[in-house]
Design a protein around this ligand. Structure first.
Ligand code: FE
Ligand code: CA
Length: 512
């Protein structure tokens, strides 16, 4: 089912359009002089019987929001139909100044595997209508299940035509794997500007999210489907690791900034209450189940990782191997998340097991005379953590394990093995990396070199922006690499660049 995009984009200021008043409006009804729903609406964290509904009141989105320093009542409704004739839940929540007047509503008591429509009202303003979808019931197997996964949307380097294309598809879900915003300006042939510098304070991070979320194509992608989202580095600072950042060397100062960044991330995405930050800490790793089709484990490989190896506190680029890299104690997920993931993998029961994380998991060696060089910000900087994750898959044998990632600004297909140097090692999982929505990719020469030196990489393209689609049936998983003609054009077309399949019971991707 395809919904016209315009339906989602027309915010209105009509008072009393909701037929029966919902909830109780405390205090004086606010009369907004301009639309407070400038950042759109969103839904996420779909479960069988619930979904999180999101909006943020921001009549002056680029100037701190423009809201009074007091709580504001927000009515919400969720219905079985887009005309809101069959409303199944409604209430009122308070949008709080401490959360930038963002609201996260958990709409409960829903039925599994079906569409719902939702909207908000604040004072005299009515939000656009969003459509969402609950997860299929446990034990059920829908004939098919589809999602898109995306990452890396540097605002200045291109228009969000890829998000528009996602919005126009027929999907059950969107997964965002990080770099939803960028803190810094970079790249060539910029089509638009951040206008202000690198955010460090909460108000500055809020304004950065607002700039991105004013984009109608991003709003449309949120309004069309529920999202699952995890962050990568640029939501905070380039290539940070836990409390270490080469841009802010004092860990105490960096953690203050991380707290602001995590808070702003929470405020702008349809995350569950369990992800609400407490200072510089927030738990975003989580498991989602979609009937008997999919088990999804969302990981956080930024917050708990060991410092980058072999670079002595400098920026973690591609550098020569050193003994620090292969220390057993080095962690990518932190011991708690690592143990949690092992339990989830042990308990996975669905037909397909998706590990959704930030970056390329397969080894990407850049050999040079007499040695090896690795990108220390990725899993190659944490090879034993990767081996432990793959050990967990080898031990528990979940059905059809598939790893998805972003971060590299390139499409990759890879075979995951415990030891990439051994040609005969069994393939434990199939891996797909979506490219970037806009962020510029590696050079053709660097991709060619990578593919030549790393037989586990079965496909790689760094010259195209876009995203990936995944379609599951009982017998196969089909991954499509969807590529923009030109991310510098607002109305760029999107074309299928390549299609791969993973057959049920056969690990490893094949070209379709
Ligand atoms: Fe990125
Ligand atoms: Ca990244």
């Amino acid at each position: 089912m395809k919904l016209p995009r315009r339906r989602f984009l027309a915010g209105s200021l009509a008072a009393g359009v909701i037929a029966s008043p919902v909830g109780i409006v405390r205090g004086q009804p606010l009369a907004f002089a301009s639309d407070p729903f400038t950042l759109g609406i969103a839904s996420g964290s779909p479960r069988e019987d619930s979904v999180v509904l999101w909006t943020r009141l921001a009549p002056q989105p680029l100037e701190g929001g423009g809201m009074p320093d007091s709580p504001v009542a927000v009515d919400w409704q969720i219905a079985e139909d887009e005309k809101f004739a069959r409303v199944v839940a409604q209430s009122t929540v308070q949008a709080m100044p401490a959360e930038g007047h963002a609201v996260h509503v958990e709409a409960k008591g829903l039925r599994p595997g079906r569409h719902y429509w939702y909207r908000f009202r604040a004072g005299n303003a009515l939000s656009p209508i969003g459509r969402t979808r609950t997860a299929p019931a446990a034990g059920s197997t829908p004939a098919q299940f589809r999602f898109a996964f995306a990452s890396c949307a540097q605002y200045e380097q291109g228009h969000f035509a890829a998000y528009r294309d996602i919005a126009n598809r027929d999907l059950d879900l969107v997964m965002h794997l990080g770099d939803y915003i960028y803190e810094k300006s970079w790249g060539s042939k910029l089509v638009r500007q951040h206008a202000v510098g690198i955010p460090t304070a909460l108000s500055e991070f809020r304004d950065r999210y607002a700039l991105y979320k004013l984009d109608p194509d991003l709003q449309a992608a949120h309004a069309a489907f529920p999202w699952l989202a995890i962050w990568d580095d640029h939501e905070v600072a380039d290539d940070y690791a836990n409390d270490r950042s080469y841009t802010t060397r004092d860990p105490a100062q960096f953690m203050k900034m991380r707290a602001a960044a995590y808070q702003a991330y929470y405020e702008h995405l349809p995350l569950p209450a369990s992800a609400r930050p407490r200072g510089p800490f927030a738990t975003i790793y989580e498991r989602y189940r979609f009937g008997d089709v999919l088990d999804v484990m969302l990981l956080d490989d930024r917050q708990y990782r060991s410092p980058p190896a072999c670079v002595g506190g400098a920026r973690p680029g591609t550098v020569a191997d050193c003994p620090e890299r292969t220390l057993e104690a080095r962690t990518m997920l932190g011991s708690q998340q690592e143990q949690w993931l092992d339990r989830q993998i042990a308990g996975a029961k669905a037909h397909w097991t998706i590990v959704a994380q930030q970056t390329l998991m397969a080894e990407l060696d850049r050999p040079n005379e007499g040695g090896h060089r690795f990108w220390m910000d990725g899993w190659d900087g944490y090879p034993n953590a990767r081996r432990r994750l793959l050990d967990s898959i080898a031990t528990h044998k979940p059905r059809n394990p598939v790893v998805i990632g972003g971060d590299r600004h390139a499409f990759f297909v890879a075979d995951l093995k415990r030891d990439f140097a051994k040609a005969n090692e069994p393939v434990l999982a199939s891996e797909f990396v979506g490219t970037s929505i806009t962020s510029q990719g590696p050079s053709a020469a660097s991709m060619q070199q990578a593919l030549k030196a790393n037989p586990q990489l079965k496909y790689g393209r760094g010259d195209k922006r876009g995203y990936a689609t995944v379609e599951f049936t009982a017998s196969r998983c089909t991954v499509g690499f969807e590529a923009l003609d030109d991310e510098k054009q607002k109305d760029s077309a999107v074309r299928r660049l390549a299609t791969f399949v993973v057959e049920d019971g056969v690990t490893g991707a094949k070209p379709a």
